[in-house]
Every structure is written in C-alpha cells, then in structure tokens.
Design a protein around this ligand. Structure first.
Ligand code: FES
Length: 134
C-alpha cells in the first residue's frame, strides 16, 4: 500500500509517463500565416510557436548569447532580433548576425533549438526532435 503514497515512485512515474510523451503546445491557428510567432507564456516565454515556410515549429526563445528572452506575445517576423545585444536569427533559429561576436562559434552554438510539432493538434511529437541544434 505504501507504493501508492511514495513520493519517489510518484516522481518516477511522472517522469516516465510524461517527460518524453506528447504534450499540448497550442493550436496551429495561433500562428495562421507564414512568419507568425507566439511566445508560450505558460513556459515563461522560453519557447515560441512559429510558422515558417516549411511548417509549424516550437523554437527556443532564449538567445544563445546571454540567454535573454527575445520575444513576448505574438506577431509576424522573418527575423528575431535579441533586444539586448542585437544578435539576429531567422525564424528557423539560424544565427544570421552577431554584432558583438568576434570569434566564430561551433555550428551547434549558432542555432536555436527547434522541435517539430504535429500539424493537427499541435502537440509535441514523442520526445523532442531537434533538427541539429542543441
Ligand atoms: S543576450 Fe541576446 S544578444 Fe546578447
């Protein structure tokens, strides 16, 4: 009977059942047009729902420079410009320019994390499936 009230078991069950499973992110109508974005306030704006020409994605909203949150709310933009030091990314997460960057960085440090989401219910597809970034 103690199994049902054991906090460690409960935490392990939550991790095993929910961490890698699908999770609701939003509806695709939150980003109806190409280049639309919406920050996910229930994630403290750490992620964006973005529609680019090749689909709808969850994109990190945390700048690779000094981890600033870049956008809040919704809008339409081909590029994401960090408000602190003006690092600029396209809406697929690729770093386009960094005024204060004096040395080249490895490829993985130049991309925002991006995950595919399903088109019908806009939920995570299994575990996070990044497209090459970290
Ligand atoms: S924190 Fe984003 S450019 Fe510096």
């Amino acid at each position: 009977m103690s199994w049902y009230f054991d906090e460690r078991i409960f935490a392990q069950e939550q991790r095993l059942l929910f961490d890698d499973g699908p999770g609701y992110i939003g509806h695709e109508l939150m980003v109806p047009a190409v280049n639309d974005y919406r920050s996910l306030d229930w994630q403290d704006h750490a992620s964006l729902l973005v529609r680019s020409a090749d689909g709808v994605f969850e994109l990190s909203n945390i700048c690779r420079h000094r981890q600033a949150v870049m956008l809040e709310g919704c809008g339409n933009a081909e590029r994401i410009v960090c408000p602190l030091h003006r690092w600029t990314y396209d809406n697929r997460g690729t770093l386009l320019g960094a005024p204060s960057l004096s040395q080249p960085r490895p490829e993985t440090a130049r991309k925002l994390a991006r995950s595919a989401v399903s088109r019908s219910a806009i939920g995570r597809v299994g575990s996070r499936e990044y497209d090459g970034s970290t």
